[in-house]
Design a protein around this ligand. Structure first.
Ligand SMILES: Nc1ncnc2c1ncn2[C@@H]1O[C@H](COP(=O)(O)OP(=O)(O)OP(=O)(O)O)[C@@H](O)[C@H]1O
Ligand SMILES: [Mg+2]
Length: 201
């Protein structure tokens, strides 16, 4: 059987790479999360001029399905002027972002992913940085997510300059080719446990 549609190829890639990241040991996951924080700090330091000494608002995510976790980065930057916000799925399948309450998520969404409350949720344009969990990406910044299009729809609503877009992944999730779709929006950086990739500065 010849597989030739983009959608089919993307589906196969997703399945394969999700399996690979889920197979990482807890030790490997924890080590990767620790290393990731240094790459993220480097990107923030390089882009200080964008944040102008104000509170930096970072949209992040709660890791699941073998995703590399930003938890160490959150913990280690807790003394800095950084605020972390987590995705809240809207009826129109876009994402807004909100804070945890007393370091906890008060509810879960329809995918059983813990979520902040919708009161005082923040539009993507009001973030300084958005960390996008990747299933896979290429070095030029083509992004493959979980397939829901939630991040794609959210990126489509960004008005320039918008937040700095940083895709986050384990190094094994960086691959040579992903079939592109017309709605794909480029990201600025990819940060993994091993490297920073500049896609568009
Ligand atoms: N700007 C958009 N407006 C409406 N629908 C969109 C938009 N962008 C993508 N979609 C839809 O989302 C679906 C999934 O897209 P895609 O395969 O790129 O998901 P993904 O990038 O893996 O997911 P995510 O964006 O949640 O990480 C597609 O059916 C596509 O039509
Ligand atoms: Mg997409």
């Amino acid at each position: 059987m010849i597989i030739n549609t983009n959608a089919e190829q993307r589906k196969i890639l997703r399945k394969k790479i999700r399996q690979q990241r889920r197979a990482l040991s807890p030790q490997n996951q924890s080590c990767a999360s620790k290393k990731l924080q240094y790459q993220l700090l480097k990107i923030i330091n390089k882009n200080q001029h964008r944040f102008k000494n104000k509170l930096i608002r970072i949209g992040t995510y709660k890791a699941g399905d073998g995703e590399i976790s930003t938890a160490y980065f959150e913990k280690k930057t807790s003394s800095r002027r950084i605020e972390f916000l987590f995705p809240i799925i809207q009826k129109n399948k876009t994402l807004y972002f909100g804070k945890k309450i007393r370091n906890k998520f008060p509810r879960s969404n329809m995918y059983k992913i813990p979520e902040p409350l919708k009161e005082q949720q923040t539009h993507v344009n009001d973030l300084d940085i958005l960390l996008l969990p990747l299933v896979a990406a290429t070095r030029k910044g083509t992004r493959l997510g979980m397939g829901g299009g939630f991040y794609d729809r959210t990126l489509a609503r960004i008005k320039k300059p918008g937040p700095l877009l940083i895709g986050i992944a384990h190094d094994l999730q960086i691959i040579s080719d992903i079939p592109e779709e017309p709605w794909d929006k480029p990201i600025n950086y990819i940060a993994t446990d091993k490297q920073i990739i500049i896609c568009r500065s």
